[in-house]
Write a protein that binds this ligand. Sequence first.
Ligand SMILES: [Zn+2]
Length: 117
Amino acid sequence: MLCPVCGQEILDLEQSCSRCGFDELHKEVTDCDEHIKWLRETVVPYGIRWILSNMMPTEARRVRLVLGWEDGIAHSDEEVARMEDVCVNRIYQHKAKLLRALRRLPCAQKLKELQNV
Ligand SMILES: [Zn+2]
């Protein structure tokens, strides 16, 4: 099987992914709605945190500010640009980088597929 977060090949006896650390590899989800909920609330957010952990710390902090993950408040791109004293285009670039990486994750592709049914 493949890790739903990063797509790494997983052996049956492995409890967590050696690449991204995800540990709900053997969760049984049979119901489609339950699967969507699990992907949306657990797997995709895990994937976003994993991508952020692989980005430059300053880039990741700015994206977390936009998402509201840094201080609990979701800030606009313009606000974050002012707070960080950078051009707002930098914030767009960081977000685009996250989205590109996110679209490549199996969990995001699967979620999109299931929601379009
Ligand atoms: Zn993984």
